[in-house]
Design a protein around this ligand. Structure first.
Ligand SMILES: NC(=O)c1ccc[n+]([C@@H]2O[C@H](COP(=O)([O-])OP(=O)(O)OC[C@H]3O[C@@H](n4cnc5c(N)ncnc54)[C@H](OP(=O)(O)O)[C@@H]3O)[C@@H](O)[C@H]2O)c1
Length: 339
């Protein structure tokens, strides 16, 4: 990401709400939608990190109805600078801090474990400590890679983590640091995140399918591709539910914890790639591209991946009423948007 494409710390003022009851795109069937955010009486002061990342970008829009947003990325605040992080949060005094910023280069992390730990493992704890002192809410994101993939069936929040990679270990450390800070928090573990911008599997497959007549894609890892907008919309629902008024805030501490949040259904990287080649508008003349299933062992990478990344969303649904739509439905919506 070049410096020219960076945004400055950006403040958004609340925009008019959609008509009451408009469902949020990521949470079909959820009890709260963007339209219902009009019930917010006092606009919240919201800090979003990682603002030019996939999730951070979408959060700027999804949270806009809830209050005044300050959106920052690495150029405005390096999260590895603990003193600067503390000062930034103390000066801004946000009601809600949403932290999608992360060191997400899973393979590079194997050789950059200190940097990955500073961003993923340490910084979230510092932010959470400051938010605990302010009595605010922290929303943090984590990953399926905290698990080793050996379970038969979907992972639930009470399953024991056992990360296989540096990235997974640093993300697990971040979860633990947020929890240890003792403030109100929601940690959303997700998987296989993609969108129309940034670096992700969907965009990589589209690019490769334009260049090659065959894509060889791993077919023995299972998970749920998750649209960054699904996560952002659901995050807005959670903030509205947990932090909309004093009564909700009083209960929010009890809701604190880890929640699994992915789009619904299960596929493999191969199934995901095949769906991308079959539906991407820019591949209309490339539908003949062959998508060949291969084994993980045919495509060795520095960081081991879990074979089974499937996360069970039941706790999210039971607590916040969010029922994420199926991964292929979200893919169709996302991929049909202009690139
Ligand atoms: N992507 C996935 O497939 C996936 C899967 C499971 C969970 N997650 C989790 O979901 C969350 C959001 O992921 P994402 O895909 O939106 O990530 P992303 O697109 O990689 O965005 C992360 C953002 O964090 C910024 N960042 C990195 N180091 C920083 C630092 N030292 N100080 C400040 N900002 C820094 C990055 O800036 P630069 O671009 O300049 O580095 C980037 O803008 C993360 O917690 C991630 O671990 C992601």
């Amino acid at each position: 990401m070049g410096a020219s494409s960076r945004i400055s710390a950006t403040t958004f003022t609340p925009i008019p709400t959609a008509s009451a009851g408009t469902p949020s795109p990521g949470s079909a069937g959820g009890r709260l939608g963007w339209g219902q955010l009009a019930v917010m009486t006092t606009p919240l002061r919201i800090l979003i990190t990682g603002a030019i990342g996939q999730v951070g970008w979408e959060l700027q829009r999804s949270l806009a109805n809830l209050g005044t947003i300050t959106a920052i990325d690495l150029a405005e605040l390096d999260l590895t600078n603990a003193d600067a992080v503390r000062k930034f949060v103390r000066d801004l005094r946000p009601d809600v801090l949403v932290n999608p910023a992360a060191y997400t280069a899973v393979d590079k992390a194997e050789a950059q474990s200190e940097l990955a730990m500073a961003v993923n493992g340490v910084a979230p704890g510092i932010m959470a400590e400051e938010m605990a002192k302010l009595g605010g809410l922290m929303i943090h994101y984590s990953t399926d890679y905290v698990f080793d993939g050996t379970k038969q069936g979907a992972w639930v929040e009470t399953d024991a983590p056992n990360p296989l990679s540096v990235y997974g270990r640093t993300k697990l450390a971040g979860e633990q640091a947020v929890q240890a800070a003792g403030g109100a928090h929601v940690i959303l573990r997700t998987s296989w995140v993609y969108g129309r911008r940034g670096g992700n599997f969907m965009l990589t497959m589209i690019r490769l399918a334009k260049e090659r007549d065959e894509l060889r894609v791993v077919a023995d890892q299972h998970g749920a591709p998750t649209w960054c907008r699904t996560l952002a919309a659901g995050t807005a629902d959670i903030v509205a539910r947990a932090w909309s008024d004093p009564a909700a805030r009083a209960k929010a501490r009890d809701l604190s914890g880890v929640y699994h949040f992915t789009n619904g259904g299960v596929t493999t990287w191969h199934g995901f790639a095949a769906a991308i080649v079959a539906t991407a508008p820019e591949l209309a003349d490339r539908r003949h591209v062959k998508v060949t299933p291969i084994a993980t062992s045919d495509y060795p990478l520095p960081a081991p991946r879990p074979r089974n990344s499937v996360l069970d969303n039941s706790r999210l649904t039971a607590t916040f009423g969010i029922r994420p739509v199926a991964w292929d439905e979200s893919l169709r919506t996302c991929i049909s948007e202009p690139g």
